[in-house]
Design a protein around this ligand. Structure first.
Ligand SMILES: Nc1ncnc2c1ncn2[C@@H]1O[C@H](COP(=O)(O)OP(=O)(O)OP(=O)(O)O)[C@@H](O)[C@H]1O
Length: 263
């Protein structure tokens, strides 16, 4: 794993260029992610969470453009090509859509190692070790399987294994448990928490689920209309929210889970 300690997104700005009147989708967003911590980016649907991550990695969709800001690793300016896969791995909401159904898991691992320029002699040991760390049993057998033969939870673990195998010290996790049933959700959140400590991963967790935030996050940034409107330690966000939007997010969570301790 490479040795970077911090990932800093500074003053990111993203515009939609679809109409003549440009619309700002991400407006001056800055955040610093340290190793061995989970920062949650929360906010309503459309508040700009995913666009912030995509702007950092230069994976914005067509019709959307980064118009300002930069990303640094330990204070050194980093290009998106240096970040993607090498320093920052990504996992997404729907693991099934991230895999090609007609290619084996081994093919997927080989392809990602090839893209990262990892010497071939290291591939097998690296992926087997990463799969074991991601809680996948009998990895040798599993590597021969095709994505359609695996459950959503196993595919999410495989996506996490590919992230670990890349050696990237930071992970962008965009709604990583949304499509999974509650038992599998809990297992994946437990796994991410373990990896934060065992692998020193710095995790940027994109979610609108305050239950996931309460379970996993150390710090929280709340976004609305493309801006960060509040940030703080997770306890502060839950117990002393300052902004009305943050209070609403916490209140909605409490109304669903009022019978339990919120945090
Ligand atoms: N391809 C696109 N072209 C133009 N605008 C887009 C495109 N995709 C998303 N947007 C707009 O960008 C804004 C931010 O979207 P983004 O996906 O970052 O929100 P989000 O906070 O991640 O929401 P969600 O929780 O629903 O994923 C929204 O107003 C959305 O409508």
């Amino acid at each position: 794993m490479n040795a970077h300690r911090t990932l800093a997104l500074s003053h990111l700005k993203v515009d939609s260029t679809l109409s003549e009147a440009r619309t700002r989708l991400v407006d001056d967003v800055s955040l610093t992610l340290y190793r061995s911590e989970v920062v949650a980016l929360v906010g309503a649907s459309g508040s700009g969470k995913s666009m912030t991550c995509a702007a950092a990695l230069d994976t914005l969709p067509p019709g959307v453009q980064k118009v300002g800001g930069d990303v640094r690793l330990d204070d050194t300016l980093a290009t998106p090509a240096k970040l993607r896969g090498h320093a920052v791995a990504s996992i997404m909401q729907n693991p099934r859509s991230a895999f090609n159904p007609v290619r084996s898991l081994n093919d997927h691992a080989s392809e990602s190692f090839r893209a990262l320029g990892v010497p071939k002699r290291l591939w097998r040991e690296r992926i087997l070790e990463a799969m074991t760390s991601a809680g996948l049993e009998q990895p040798q057998t599993l590597l021969k399987r095709y994505p359609f033969e695996l459950s959503g939870g196993m595919l999410q673990r495989m996506m996490i294994a590919l992230a670990l195998a890349s050696g990237a010290p930071f992970l962008f996790a965009d709604e990583p448990t949304t499509d999974l049933d509650v038992i599998v959700q809990r297992d994946i959140l437990d796994l991410l928490e373990r990896l934060k400590t065992s692998h020193g991963l710095g995790i940027l967790l994109v979610t609108h689920d305050m239950g996931v935030v309460a379970r996993l996050a150390d710090r929280v940034l709340v976004m609305a209309q493309g801006r960060v409107i509040e940030e703080g330690e997770v306890e502060t966000i839950f117990h002393r929210p300052q902004q009305a939007i943050t209070r609403d997010l916490v209140a909605a969570h409490l109304s669903l889970y009022a019978h339990k301790e919120a945090l």
